[in-house]
Design a protein around this ligand. Structure first.
Ligand SMILES: NC(=O)c1ccc[n+]([C@@H]2O[C@H](COP(=O)([O-])OP(=O)(O)OC[C@H]3O[C@@H](n4cnc5c(N)ncnc54)[C@H](OP(=O)(O)O)[C@@H]3O)[C@@H](O)[C@H]2O)c1
Length: 189
């Protein structure tokens, strides 16, 4: 709650739209209960988690009175998180994709399949990937320091991918994450 109040002060506001636990850790139960209280007090409009696995979410059922509304996890065509995504859908938890373009850590945006699909719609490979996230029903939060790219990353709502496009992109899955594994973070708590 102290951290929450510090954030309000820094952001110069008296409520937040969305508040997430960044990683699963030893104080998760206590932290979630505090976040539930902030939600009940109307200080946060929606509450959720990030980097939580199916096991983490299942364990929360023992103590949560409100289940997370969002789980923000690494997701991109090289790591589409199909199993977790299906689980989140079933549990009515929104899937939010971090690293949606694979964070510039891979050759994803150079993939010829993405260029080929983009050519049909006059869109860049990045726009094709971002549209793929949206068409899968995920919330997508790309990051860029470049104003032109920020505009590009918003120009996604005048086209849609076909089923064949989605199938072609699904074939890029190599089940490889580039961030930490939530089940084995390597953090020293
Ligand atoms: N919850 C978590 O644990 C976690 C972990 C990591 C990130 N995140 C969040 O995820 C969000 C997404 O950021 P991210 O850095 O992870 O990954 P990202 O959006 O997948 O990738 C950002 C990289 O892609 C480049 N890029 C952006 N738009 C592009 C475009 N249209 N064409 C070509 N390159 C483009 C950016 O370069 P330029 O800036 O040079 O354009 C930057 O190098 C952020 O809000 C971040 O805070 C959350």
């Amino acid at each position: 709650k102290q951290a929450f109040n510090e954030s309000l002060e820094k952001l110069q506001t008296d409520y937040l739209d969305l508040y997430l636990i960044h990683w699963h850790g030893p104080n998760v139960k206590e932290t979630w209960c505090a976040i539930e209280e902030l939600y009940a007090e109307g200080k946060v409009k929606a509450i959720g988690v990030s980097n939580f696995s199916i096991n983490h979410l299942e364990a929360m059922k023992a103590y949560a009175t409100v289940m997370p509304m969002i789980n923000q996890v690494e997701t991109h065509p090289y790591f589409p998180q199909d199993e977790l995504r299906d689980y989140l859908k079933k549990e009515k938890i929104h899937h939010e994709s971090w690293g949606p373009l694979s964070q510039g850590k891979t050759d994803l945006l150079l993939h010829p399949i993405l260029a080929e699909i983009g050519k049909k719609y006059g869109k860049t490979p990045a726009q094709v990937v971002l549209r793929w996230h949206i068409d899968r029903g995920s919330i997508v939060i790309p990051k860029s320091v470049n104003p032109n790219r920020i505009h590009e990353n918003f120009a996604l709502f005048d086209f849609a991918l076909t089923e064949d496009d989605m199938k072609a992109i699904a074939k890029l899955n190599i089940e490889t994450r580039y961030g930490r594994d939530p089940e084995n973070t390597g953090f020293e708590w």
